[in-house]
Design a protein around this ligand. Sequence first.
Ligand SMILES: NC(=O)c1ccc[n+]([C@@H]2O[C@H](COP(=O)([O-])OP(=O)(O)OC[C@H]3O[C@@H](n4cnc5c(N)ncnc54)[C@H](OP(=O)(O)O)[C@@H]3O)[C@@H](O)[C@H]2O)c1
Length: 396
Amino acid sequence: MSRNLKLGIFGFGVVGQGLYHVLEETKGIKAEILKICVKNRSKNRALPMKYFTFDKDEVLDNPEVDVVLELIDDPKAAFEIVSAALKKGKAVVTANKKMVADHMTELCELQQLYNAPLLYEGSCCASIPIIRNLEEYYDNDLLSAVEGIFNGSTNFILTKVFAEQKSFDEALAEAQQLGYAESDPRLDVEGFDPKYKLCIILTHAFGLFAEPEEVVNYGIQNISDFDIKIARERGYKIKLVAKSRKVDDKVMAMVMPQFVSPKSQLYKVEREFNGVIVEGAFSEHQFFMGKGAGGYPTGSAVLSDISALTYAYKYEYKKTRQDSGLQLTRDFQIKIYLRFDHTVGIDRDRFDKIYEEYKALDNQYIIGEINFDRLTSSEWFRHPKVNIILLEPEED
Ligand SMILES: NC(=O)c1ccc[n+]([C@@H]2O[C@H](COP(=O)([O-])OP(=O)(O)OC[C@H]3O[C@@H](n4cnc5c(N)ncnc54)[C@H](OP(=O)(O)O)[C@@H]3O)[C@@H](O)[C@H]2O)c1
């Protein structure tokens, strides 16, 4: 039986305002905003001040509020708000991937203990309904991989750099101005944001509780004009790709830039769009594409969660109870392009195979196959004069 929900909102920025407009346009949904809690007292607001409060308890202690929407940009304060709301038995919707990824275990326990649901579709790839699909549709152990472009702002930056020859900084400023970038752009550019999403996906795809520190993220900040030239010459684009895949009875997971050829579905994912490829033993490849950032796409995912709450939907976390014993591994082979300059000593014997080597005064590179653990434990892995880009094994 559907019911009329009373909403208390935290945050009225890009996503909060996006949700407000989406909600205004959706006449069929039975939900009403009671209060919006924000932080800055001197900001002009797009709605009458009677809607706003600066006191979180005005929302959390209001017995009329049955759904709390947590849409702020501060993960620490967000966890305090979300855990307080769940402890009061309120349903919660959040778009905060860092907060969810950092506290997945505690958040599952709180939901169970207080019998209060927490939904977070908007936290992963904004408008793409990936979490509910993994949770409900791919509810079996035949799922073998989930990978894709999970970050709208870096994809926007890479699109501008590739298609419009913009500089990296120009493209980042444009992404920020359009509301695609996180308040702290390092979260996007250094690959943390897609890693948080990948950790959430690992729980719903493979039943794994992965701490973000366990998953390697390598960002796009070291990509140089030389790397872009190499990509162009070979007909590739560079995309920041999050990957998870079963390897025997373990799961590999990482975020890294990748050379993507026109054969890949990810090649045509441009600007702020995200793309997710789900691979199953018998279903083979399925591809989801949609806007991965911005107020309206994220607002529409939040609205979909609100709608799900009207029929008492909650995540069952079924795969975490399947006792599959899956664990993360770094023991797998990858093929990489490693670019460096003469000041960096690269120990070539870390590679299992070297396919190609190039040496010039400014730039050198190796294309080869290497064990992921041996790569990430090397001294030069995080060297500022080094850049590493993944190649798909079949793309020589
Ligand atoms: N932007 C996107 O495309 C996107 C996409 C998916 C998910 N997300 C996630 O959605 C969340 C919100 O992002 P956003 O882009 O909307 O951020 P934003 O535009 O920077 O807005 C943040 C809002 O949070 C409020 N706020 C911050 N700390 C607060 C506190 N302690 N108590 C109450 N309000 C507080 C701010 O208040 P003031 O208005 O007073 O400053 C502001 O209204 C983040 O977790 C982000 O990761 C964003």
